[in-house]
Write a protein that binds this ligand. Structure first.
Ligand code: PLP
Length: 420
């Protein structure tokens, strides 16, 4: 029976009868698995040689029963044949690219993606003779134009980080199929609640499960979902490199996934309400949120996605210092990187990226840009907090602020230390 999303999130991948009659999936804490006798080993080896898909566990760097449950649940939620769990989103991305590419290959990658992914392609893949061309995600024809005879793979994020541009999946897949290329999408910002890339014909979907899928800012994990024939090589490389997850994080992920639909629904609502509030505020120069009609990809997002997500990026009227001061005045969100958890978290991407203005500009990060990753708190409280902090932002000219030297004022520090 084909269940709806939340039913799958609660039950998929989990046998009804578990060890000891426990309701929850146990954390199987073991580095290896033992065999009763040699015949059992030989039996496993014969299953492997025959290419059977469900082989018993052999060693912790290859698989773990708690992790397998999380993988089956994730495969069900994305509508894929199989899922592979990794130690982090970056472990999933790097292992996938290393498994699928060889020296001499070329990749076309969306420029506006997580900066470590870009860095991996430009610095590391390049070192091994794999070239990457970066193109803007908002211009789907740019992917087609960048294709060379040696191109093997197209990679993009949607929505992108931090400007939330939307990849046109239909066009992306059409171009890839014309040239026989593998398509990979990092769908971390979307979640399977808001977007199901495999239904558009994408080959592989990747998530940093650290974000919405785990949902509680208490674990690191990554996942790749797709057809078995593509995942086989990735699974092999994961086993060689040891980029696999661990049973504790797999357990946290299984628990987090059960409430994914509820959390994302609330985060979508919070995103829309906060974006609409900010767009009307005189201290805000620009809001980047695909749920707003002013967003360049609004129509595409409305057609392709079933929710616009919980991240709102916006530009404060002012420079680096004014933006930093505004963030420091907020009482509700935590300040830091990451997104997707139940707690709201805010960051000034320029501050975390580099102290050098040139590097920030090259990465397309404006000094006055703020990325607000909304949690599941009440929108009224989030907006009241924003309203208070924005009241102190001058609506006049922007400052220069080339060398960020922010010293928190005494009262601001006190404010942040006081619980809401
Ligand atoms: C879109 C996206 N993909 C991948 C990653 C990397 O994930 P992780 O931190 O789990 O390695 C991040 C952020 O960290 C991200 O924002």
């Amino acid at each position: 029976m084909n269940h709806h999303f939340s039913t799958q999130a609660v039950h998929a991948g989990e046998p009804k009868r578990k060890p000891y009659g426990a309701l929850t999936t146990p954390i199987i804490c073991t580095s290896t698995y033992t065999f009763a006798h040699t015949a059992e080993i030989l039996d496993m080896m014969r299953c492997k040689a025959a290419g059977e898909t469900s082989i018993r566990d052999e060693y912790g760097r290859y698989s773990n029963p708690t992790q397998s449950v999380a993988e089956d649940k994730l495969a069900a939620l994305e509508g894929g044949e199989q899922a592979l769990l990794f130690a982090s989103g970056m472990a999933a991305i790097t292992t996938t690219l290393l498994a699928l590419l060889s020296s001499g290959d070329h990749v076309v990658m969306g420029f506006d993606c997580y900066h470590r992914t870009r860095e991996f392609a430009l610095t590391f893949l390049n070192r091994w003779g794999i070239e990457t061309t970066l193109v803007p995600v908002g211009q789907s024809e740019a992917f087609a134009t960048a294709i060379r005879p040696t191109t093997r793979l197209l990679f993009a994020e949607t929505p992108t980080n931090p400007y939330l541009r939307i990849l046109d999946l239909r066009r992306f897949v059409r171009v890839a199929r014309q040239h026989g290329l593998i398509t990979v999408v990092d769908s971390t910002f979307a979640t399977p609640i808001n977007l199901r890339p495999l239904e558009y014909g994408m080959d592989l979907v990747i998530h940093s499960a650290t974000k919405y899928l785990g949902g509680h800012n208490d674990l690191l994990a990554g996942v790749v979902i797709g057809p078995r024939k593509l995942l086989a090589e990735i699974e092999y490389v994961r086993g060689v490199m040891g980029t696999i997850s661990n049973p504790h994080d797999a357990y946290g992920l299984i628990r987090g996934l059960k409430t994914l639909a509820l959390r994302v629904q609330r985060q979508n609502e919070n995103g829309q309400r906060v974006a609409e509030f900010l767009e009307k505020h005189p201290a805000i120069e620009r809001v980047h949120y695909p749920g707003l009609a002013s967003h360049p990809d609004h129509e595409l997002a409305a057609d392709q996605m079933s929710g616009f997500g919980g991240v709102v990026s916006f530009e404060v009227r002012g420079g680096f210092e004014e933006t930093a001061r505004f963030i420091d005045r907020l009482r509700l969100p935590y300040i830091g990187p990451t997104l997707g958890g139940v707690e709201s978290i805010i960051e000034q991407p320029a501050a975390l990226f580099s102290l050098e203005r040139e590097k920030r500009e090259a990465a397309g990060l404006k000094d006055n840009l703020v990325r607000y990753a909304l949690g599941i708190e009440d929108a009224e409280d989030i907006i009241a907090d924003l309203e208070k902090a924005l009241a102190c932002v001058s609506t006049g000219d922007r400052g220069q602020g080339s060398a960020p030297r922010i010293v928190p004022e005494q009262d601001e520090m006190l404010l942040r230390q006081t619980s809401v």
